[in-house]
Design a protein around this ligand. Sequence first.
Ligand SMILES: NC(=O)c1ccc[n+]([C@@H]2O[C@H](COP(=O)([O-])OP(=O)(O)OC[C@H]3O[C@@H](n4cnc5c(N)ncnc54)[C@H](O)[C@@H]3O)[C@@H](O)[C@H]2O)c1
Length: 325
Amino acid sequence: MASLEGKSVVVTGGAGFIGSHLVDAIAAKKPSRLVALDNFFLGNRDNLKDASARFPKLEIVDLDATDLPKLRRFFETKPVDVVFDLATIPLPASLEKPHWSSKVICDLALNLCELCREGAFKTLIHCSSSEAYGSAQYVPMDEEHPLKTETPYAAAKAAAALLVDSYRRTFGMDMAIGRPFNNYGPRQNGRDFSGIIPRLIQRIMKGETPVIFGDGKQTRDYLHANDTARGLVLLYETESARGQTVNLASGQELSVLQIVEDVSRLMDWKKPPKFDPPRPADVRRHCAGVEKARKLLNFAPQVGWKKGIEETVRWYQANPGRLSP
Ligand SMILES: NC(=O)c1ccc[n+]([C@@H]2O[C@H](COP(=O)([O-])OP(=O)(O)OC[C@H]3O[C@@H](n4cnc5c(N)ncnc54)[C@H](O)[C@@H]3O)[C@@H](O)[C@H]2O)c1
């Protein structure tokens, strides 16, 4: 087992949703140095309050990771052992600005590949996305599932993962790729380009009817962000996982209708949802194959949907400022 204890660790996108939960998880592992690197496009310093309390040496670095010369200078200041690469532009932004967001997503991965190749740090743990698979051609979707991407976001995430893997094959880069399916939990961005769960909670809090795009029978595989963070840590710690791509998911299929029903019940919302036309290129079905994570990482989710979604709803109710006004 590799250990994060005593290691110098950088998390790109560390002030974001999953990134900040990962910073929490790494802080508990007693690293010698821990950096949350973020340009605050959607990141939030409040996401790092818990980690700073637990690990007062936490460094929060405001830096655009697409700027290769600046990023190189950052790595030249102090040695780094491992980078967890979580910075991203989210899917909804790729529907408005496909050219820009796709370029940024690829540059974020490529810059780290290049710096790792130059010896700026030893190991790259890259965070991909189940969107890279597109709609399920079969379920459960294992890591061999074809990359039949739908949106520019998905295509860019697939390209970024392929680039990371190409640096291993071509230059022997020390890497592994975590491929999370949908995530939920406290701290998910609830303002610009927000996801379905914060948007749903926000509408109900404002007394507005929840909206479902399409028939609501489309499914997703939801994992709590704490579990994803734990999975990414295990991915680093498990040396036999180097060079591998591993799904991080629950293996359970949840329909959008079910999500709306559960959140409505938790928020005492009694009226039926409104149905709008489907979003372009929305994936129809997602359910992960989780055998590889179980066998290789000994990974199993610890937060069940029922408990996790209640915690999430209560968190947004206590932090309404984290939702769009
Ligand atoms: N949220 C999900 O459901 C989900 C599902 C599967 C995979 N993922 C992947 O997990 C990772 C984290 O996603 P998230 O949901 O936490 O997103 P997020 O938007 O909450 O976090 C991404 C962070 O990256 C930062 N960032 C953007 N551009 C940057 C740049 N140029 N330089 C430095 N920082 C930059 C943002 O400010 C933000 O804090 C991403 O790789 C994403 O593709 C997320």
